[in-house]
Design a binder for this molecule. Sequence first.
Ligand SMILES: CC(C)(COP(=O)(O)OP(=O)(O)OC[C@H]1O[C@@H](n2cnc3c(N)ncnc32)[C@H](O)[C@@H]1OP(=O)(O)O)[C@@H](O)C(=O)NCCC(=O)NCCS
Length: 148
Amino acid sequence: MKNIYQNAEISKIFEKDIPFVREIERTCFGEKFHENFEKLIANDSYIYLLAKVNNEVVAYAGASIEYEQSDLLYVAVKSDFRRQKIASKLLLSLFEMVKNRGAEEMFLEVEEDNTSAINLYKGLGFVFLGTRKNYYGDKSAMVFVKKL
Ligand SMILES: CC(C)(COP(=O)(O)OP(=O)(O)OC[C@H]1O[C@@H](n2cnc3c(N)ncnc32)[C@H](O)[C@@H]1OP(=O)(O)O)[C@@H](O)C(=O)NCCC(=O)NCCS
């Protein structure tokens, strides 16, 4: 099998990439969901990265930074490109970037039934902290943290 992981290029999200990122957002999180990427990429308190394979935007991830703490906000990969370690590569770059900006740990919340994301986070060294009941309406969130 072609090693897509090696080919995936990671970079910041620029204005020109936003329509492609939005399309991934729509297919992964639904029509109702709309991040204001224009604002977020211009704000120093956030880092948003994307992954390209053969020049196609196939994934993105974002985190916020506040002093020594950061929060992972999103990670999403186009369905055809999943299970090729692209999210892993993207998140490893994100860890480096937030660490270089002074963050010492990263927190995240994830829906309790999102097995693929939970496995991804555990594999990257996130440790389960606890549960937030009904954080997503009727679903609870699992909270994880990772030392950077
Ligand atoms: C979760 C998501 C980002 C993973 O992206 P990915 O590029 O496929 O992840 P990776 O290939 O880096 O996977 C790394 C590890 O995560 C786990 N994992 C990923 N997808 C999985 C799945 N469908 N089932 C079980 N474990 C899974 C595995 O442990 C995997 O390692 P392995 O393939 O060696 O077993 C992707 O499935 C996605 O975009 N989901 C929809 C959006 C979403 O729910 N995002 C998270 C909340 S913001």
